[in-house]
Design a binder for this molecule. Structure first.
Ligand SMILES: Nc1nc2c(ncn2[C@@H]2O[C@H](COP(=O)(O)OP(=O)(O)OP(=O)(O)O)[C@@H](O)[C@H]2O)c(=O)[nH]1
Ligand SMILES: [Mg+2]
Length: 1071
């Protein structure tokens, strides 16, 4: 039974200083949901006995079945520390890498985080990831070292060994924090120096900056986890206990006759108790003494576990209870399962929920404590500077900091995701509990009916009617039936609830608010005089340049895990659910009373959606249902992408296999409710070129002599191509781009995209007569074709970085910075178009307004588009290119007075585009071509017994092991491997079956890697002929991938379908 009703929670909502918004984050299976169970049971929402077994926050059937969390969900808990009452909004997040986007959306709403670490497994990849996420969102973490019982029961460690082991784990975690801190400080310093440099400098010596001092000056005292500070809980979530050293300081201060404060300091660390002097001394390790922590805490703990669990000594249980001053019920004492006894004993002695919630309330900040840095980070994206906002927007910073709900404060609500729920389970649609009077009335009615039935003569003929009078079905007219059906249809529909946090102001049911989309630009909207938003427009009615709608708040809820409690209003600082916004919000948005509010910076997702499948309804007539379902699925999941290909295929892009399965389940059962067929996974590839190989496939050096000359038709690497009307001649050469440049391009994709956008605007202006257009472009004294200071700064950094890289490369790369003409595909990819002509000028990175008097300028955008098209679909199998530089060595354009030829070949711009595209493809084809495969990095913890099987499975799938370490104190290995995505399907399943469930991989997209096999390979050198003969018909992995893609896309392959053709004969004989 719930101990605290929603009225009390609602009351607490109004005191932001006593609110804690926190999430539980960790690596998969480290015990987040089990910990959440323990915390929830303290509020009586689930019984203590069921805590750890129920996994209440895993409300989906598939979550329960698989035993992993897939969606993050929030629950409001009540907690009292001394006299103060707190409201804790607790979000349980998934740990599986496929669902890391759910962690990002949860972290965005919180001020603090509980980081759970399994002490046996220690720091795992996701532990790092979540710590990084928490750090970058300015969230304060506390630590729970979970599963300490495993050290005793499974690992059979002694108390001292366990202490040493835990020390190491703690050190690992703190090392991660240290790394994050150092990189964060340096980044901040860089920004401040930039700002200082922008200001006029007075002293000359300001140019000199001491980097080392930045790290030394920065305060990191609160950063690390240390038991003496009370931000580390030692726990076993499954057994329901947990403590900090402060808990024991309190318990033992009277017993030992020592002050609590002193005990707090010496309980953790290298201290021991000198029995003679009765004093605490330093240097336990040196003198081979037992540290105080082991002596006072762990020895007792070990004693209890050994007695109850390992020796199952039933008689000792009452003795222990008496010593600890705990009373167990007779039912517990008689229970045959010793774990039950242990659990109820430990739960009473060291209640986990109390320890953790106390720590949360004491150590984690309230919404009022939001830091100015965090506010600025929320308000600005990477290429936006806070100072560049208009005053109205800048003023909002104070409102964020005040976290106040008085009427003069603007309303600012951030929605981090939309989650779906069956409409029938919304509180307003649930049958309401009857009041005592209503029940009495019903009883009376029922009694009357019974009497009537008794009195009537022919009782048997009248069917016993269970419905209330007036509800009988006979009375339903056709009309009403139709209505009912309609209602039913609506009932079965899913409703979307916005998962939101109020940062400022107060929201009431029925309020009208602006919904600001993620692309909203406050400066632009504010600069338009009399800016109005059409109140009837919904998200689907908006034009591409509109990002604001008006919406009414239909319902507000307190989130209670599986349930929702309806409320009428909510104030700043709270995490709430908002209903009725499905037509206004796709995934994230801001609700505000002012359009000056900027959209929040984009949430950084760790997992890249990479796994694609094409889906179609099993019955073609269900197509519209499918489309509707896909739309809902897209809205409900921040990581999924739904695409409609040019071919008409519906493609679903997900983060991994588990994510895909969840999406398909949702689609089949909730959103579309139709049977669907799913294609085999579509694996993305990239196409690239490499330097000519020096070693052949037989591992022999290739030189001029042993190359089979007759077979070779070396082509000139420079391709000359003409437009169809021969008016323009273009010479193009393709070169493999050095890795460092590719990496830089990848890193700066958002910047490059912004530059391309800018250049397009410039071109637009110049094409349409600049003079006429200029007036329209003036916005607030700033012209649109001027880049912001921040952009200029970013471009400058990019140029310096690129120049640094190029100066270490060969002479052909020396002048890349000035030669860049475009990047592709889609203006932000990892291929370059370089202008190496003598007489044509381009300025990509030099962003000035360029209006050339050159006749070719008019066709420049066609030229660039040709390159974009070529890089979007390469010649191998129409997949995007990566890491290729196309150097244009010549571009001539003859003046053509008569327009005849233009007519017969179409407009010149089109001809140039196709000529460039064709030229790029041909230039690409004369180089050694390669496919690039997407690689997963897998992290697998395996028992040493099955290590061999894991290696074999990896080998079969062309994976390779990068590192493998023995986990300290256990017999399992942590293996890090790289595996091509194309080979990864059902890898998890295979591993599970081959290793009897002892190994489970965590796979995450890592990078693109060149498959070093020529897809068109055939023996060429003498050694290769010797090895394979002239006609080689083995399996070429690269070719197999290429052909699979080509077949899927309906392109020609060289596969021979008929090898031995023979004329068909009629076999039947005439009789
Ligand atoms: N021995 C032991 N097992 C525990 C403890 N806490 C949790 N477990 C077990 O660890 C497994 C995973 O627990 P969950 O709470 O589902 O883990 P989680 O972190 O929520 O997992 P995901 O949500 O999938 O990331 C379950 O089988 C739990 O019973 C503990 O303190 N000791
Ligand atoms: Mg979980």
């Amino acid at each position: 039974m719930r101990l605290v009703d929603s009225k009390k929670l609602f009351e607490l909502q109004n005191k932001p200083t006593n609110i804690r918004n926190i999430c539980i984050v960790a690596h998969v299976d480290h015990g987040k949901t089990t910990l959440a169970d323990a915390l929830i049971s303290s509020n009586g929402i689930i019984s203590q006995r069921m805590s750890g077994k129920l996994r209440y926050m895993d409300s989906r059937p598939d979550e329960q079945e698989r035993g992993i969390t897939m969606k993050s969900s929030s629950i409001a808990l009540y907690h009292a520390v001394d006299q103060a009452e707190y409201l804790v909004n607790l979000i349980d997040s998934p740990g599986h890498i496929d669902f890391s986007s759910e962690v990002s959306t949860a972290v965005r709403l919180c001020d603090g985080a509980i980081v759970v670490v399994d002490v046996v497994e220690g720091v795992c990849p996701q532990t790092r990831l979540v710590l990084k996420q928490a750090y970058s969102e300015n969230i304060r973490p506390v630590l729970v070292l979970n599963k300490i019982d495993r050290l005793i029961v499974e690992m059979k460690m002694t108390a001292l060994d366990a202490y040493v082991h835990i020390n190491q784990v703690l050190e690992q975690i703190n090392a991660v924090m240290g790394e994050l801190f150092a990189s964060g400080v340096l980044e901040n310093e860089e920004n401040t120096i930039d700002k200082q440099q922008l200001k006029p400098q007075k002293k000359e010596d300001q140019n000199f900056y001491d980097w080392t001092s930045a790290l030394e000056d920065a305060d990191d005292s609160n950063l690390y986890f240390s038991p003496e500070q009370g931000n580390v809980v030692f726990a076993s979530a499954i057994n329901g206990w947990g403590f900090t050293t402060h808990t024991f300081a309190k318990l033992f201060s009277a017993k030992l006759g020592v002050k609590e404060e002193l005990l707090k300091k010496v309980l953790w660390g290298d201290y021991y108790l000198n029995p003679k002097t009765k004093r605490f001394m330093k240097g336990a390790q040196e003198k081979a003494k037992k540290p105080l922590f082991v002596q006072v805490i762990f020895d007792n703990l070990w004693n209890i576990y050994e007695t109850i669990i390992l020796r199952n000594d039933k008689e000792k249980v009452p003795v222990i209870c008496e010593k600890l001053g705990i009373k167990l019920t007779t039912r517990d004492l008689r229970h045959t399962d010793s774990r039950v006894q242990l659990q109820s004993l430990m739960m009473q002695w060291l209640p986990l929920s109390q320890t953790v919630l106390d720590m949360v309330c004491e150590k984690l900040p309230s919404p009022k404590d939001i830091l100015p840095e965090k506010v600025e980070k929320l308000m600005c994206s990477r290429i936006r500077d806070f100072e560049s906002y208009l005053d109205e927007t800048k003023k909002l910073k104070d409102d964020f900091l005040a976290c106040d709900s008085s009427n003069n404060r603007p309303l600012i609500i951030f929605i981090s995701k939309m989650f779906s729920i069956e409409r029938s389970s919304l509180p307003e649609n649930k049958p309401k509990a009857l009041t005592a009077e209503e029940m009495a009335l019903r009883r009376e009615k029922a009694r009357q009916m019974r009497e009537e039935l008794k009195n009537s003569a022919n009782t048997e003929a009248i069917p016993i009617c269970k419905e209330m009078p007036g509800d009988s079905p006979e009375k339903c007219t056709e009309d009403e039936k139709g209505k009912e059906d309609q209602e039913k249809e609506e009932q079965s529909e899913t409703a979307f609830i916005a998962f939101a946090r109020i940062f400022s102001g107060k929201v009431r049911k029925g309020d009208k608010v602006y919904v600001l989309g993620p692309k909203h630009d406050p400066s632009q909207a504010l600069s338009i005089p009399d800016f109005k938003v059409d109140p009837n427009k919904k998200l689907k009615d908006l034009q591409s340049n509109e990002h604001i709608t008006c919406a009414e708040i239909k319902s507000l809820y307190i989130l209670m895990g599986r349930e929702l409690d309806e409320i009428d209003e909510a104030v700043s600082g709270n995490i709430i659910g908002i209903g009725g916004l499905e037509d206004h919000v796709l995934k994230t948005a801001i609700l505000s009373s002012t359009i000056a509010c900027p959209p929040f910076s984009e949430i950084q997702y760790a997992a890249v959606p990479i796994l694609r499948v094409a889906i179609e309804p099993t019955h073609p007539s269900d197509m519209s249902q499918l489309v509707k379902g896909l739309k809902l699925l897209n809205q409900s999941d921040s990581c999924v992408q739904v695409l409609l290909q040019e071919t008409g295929e519906h493609v679903l892009v997900t983060a991994g296999e588990v994510h895909l399965q969840r999406c398909l389940e949702d689609l089949k059962n909730v959103y579309a409710k139709i049977p669907i067929s799913v294609s085999e996974p579509i694996v993305p590839f990239k196409e690239t070129i490499v330097e000519p190989p020096k070693i052949d496939m037989a591992n022999e050096e290739i030189d001029a002599q042993n190359l089979d000359k007759g077979n070779e038709n070396e082509q000139d690497p420079v391709i000359t191509i003409y437009t169809n009307n021969k008016q323009s001649r273009i010479k193009i050469r393709a070169r493999p781009l050095p890795n460092k440049i590719t990496d830089l391009l990848e890193k700066s994709s958002d910047l490059l995209k912004a530059i391309s956008q800018h250049i397009k605007t410039l071109q637009g202006i110049s094409n349409e007569r600049l003079e006429n257009k200029l007036d329209n472009l003036q916005i607030n004294g700033e012209t649109k074709y001027q880049l912001s200071d921040r952009m200029l700064k970013l471009i400058e950094t990019f140029i310096t970085e690129l120049q640094n890289i190029c100066s270490n490369l060969g002479p052909e790369w020396k002048d890349v910075v000035n030669q860049i003409w475009s990047v592709g595909p889609r203006n932000c990819g990892q291929n370059l178009l370089l202008n190496q002509t003598d007489d044509y000028q381009t300025k990509f990175l030099h962003h000035q307004k360029v209006i050339l008097e050159d006749a070719r300028f008019e066709y420049e955008s066609s030229f660039v588009n040709g390159f974009q098209l070529a890089t979007l679909a390469g010649p191998l199998c129409e997949e995007p290119m990566m890491g290729v530089a196309f150097c244009v060595e010549e571009w001539t354009l003859e003046k053509n007075e008569t327009d005849d030829s233009t007519h017969s070949f179409g407009p010149l711009s089109g001809q140039i585009m196709s000529a460039v595209k064709e030229g790029c493809r041909r230039a690409f084809q004369v180089q050694p071509q390669r496919l690039m495969a997407a690689m997963y990095s897998c992290d697998i913890v395996v028992d040493q017994k099955v290590l061999g099987k894991l290696y074999a499975a990896l080998g079969r799938r062309s994976g390779r092991v990068v590192a493998s370490d023995l986990q300290s104190g256990s017999a399992s290995f942590r293996v890090r491997a790289l595996l091509p995505v194309a080979e990864s399907f059902r890898f998890a399943l295979e591993l599970r079956t081959h290793t009897s469930g002892l190994a489970a991989p965590q796979m995450m997209f890592s990078h693109w890697e060149v498959i070093d096999i020529d897809p068109f390979w055939r023996p060429r050198t003498e050694e290769e002929y010797l090895h394979w003969g002239e006609k080689w018909d083995g399996v070429n992995r690269a070719k197999a991938y290429m052909d699979a893609v080509r077949t899927r896309k309906g392109l020609a392959t060289d596969r021979q379908l008929v090898t031995h053709a023979e004329k068909q004969r009629t076999l039947s004989k005439k009789k």
